[in-house]
Design a protein around this ligand. Structure first.
Ligand SMILES: [Zn+2]
Length: 283
């Protein structure tokens, strides 16, 4: 699909335990992520041509650097004769986004077929038999959400574990539910948020992979002021260093005020072992 296409949107990639994380994120520039194995993406700051085949998306909030490419994405899928996508957004943003799509349809003379669905904190969204997404509130200057993808499977209940296959079969035939659901948080995503977005949802710290923003890192950029604007400072991560149980923490959405080299230097000064090598700077 990408053959011959010149794509101006940068994509970085990391693979961790069977999941490929693709994307890019700089504050005020653009943020977009995709996990092909889960068949989902997060945010539409831009839309790399290669991301078009993913049909389910979650929008953390509707600042332009996270949503501007939504109409482009919907139009491309229609042009390529793909199914209309499903896009989950903060509830209050659906009506204005629908209006924007209608206006673009007028300008472009092309329909923009898609399903826009509300994501509300506390809700669960079923992706497949194996995967479910939970929605949490984060804290930014506009309505904003965090998302966790859970792996779920059914396991024999503890009380039946000593039984033989025949006994279990008989129980099952008799209508007993012999299994229970076991969930494991595979991947967590915090778009733009103050540290509350992490703290108010403990599974963020437990997920195998955490993608989080760290917009500010310099000591001269003061934490309290940054929290007011709904962002995370490197000092917040240092304060919480013992809470992160994640195998991989992707730190992203750095302010454009910092050059890459300075980001590396300041982070390595504050966290010399990069949280045991688990903290990856998305530069
Ligand atoms: Zn942003």
């Amino acid at each position: 699909m990408s053959g011959g296409i010149v794509d101006n949107s940068p994509v970085r990639t990391v693979v961790h335990r069977g999941l490929t994380i693709e994307g890019y994120s700089r504050a005020a520039v653009q943020t977009y992520w995709r996990i092909p194995e889960l068949k989902i993406g997060f945010d539409f700051g831009a839309q790399p041509w290669s991301f078009m085949g993913t049909s389910t998306w979650f929008v953390s909030h509707t600042h332009l650097d996270h949503v501007a490419a939504l109409p482009v994405y919907v139009a491309r899928r229609r042009m390529m004769k793909m199914e209309p996508p499903t896009i989950y957004l903060p509830e209050s943003t659906i009506e204005p986004v629908e209006r924007i799509l209608k206006l673009f349809t007028r300008l472009d003379r092309g329909r923009l077929p898609c399903q826009l669905l509300p994501a509300r904190p506390g809700e669960e969204i079923e992706l497949s038999r194996e995967h479910v997404v939970t929605v949490s509130a984060t804290r930014h200057t506009v309505p904003s959400l965090g998302f966790i993808v859970w792996d779920r499977r059914r396991k024999l209940k503890a009380e039946f574990q000593g039984l033989s296959g025949d006994q279990i079969r008989d129980l099952r035939l008799g209508g007993t539910d012999v299994t229970e659901e076991i969930r494991f948080p595979l991947l967590a995503y915090v778009g733009d948020s103050s540290p509350e977005g992490l703290d108010s949802c403990p599974a963020m710290y437990e997920a195998r992979i955490l993608i989080t923003e760290i917009t500010f890192i310099a000591p001269s950029h003061l934490k309290d002021k940054i929290h007011k604007y709904g962002h995370i400072h490197l000092d917040d991560i240092v304060e919480r260093r013992d809470r992160f149980k994640n195998e991989l923490i992707i730190a992203s959405h750095f302010s454009t005020r910092y050059l890459d080299g300075r980001i590396r230097k300041l982070v390595e000064r504050a966290l010399p072992d990069l949280l045991g090598g688990r903290l990856k700077l998305w530069l």
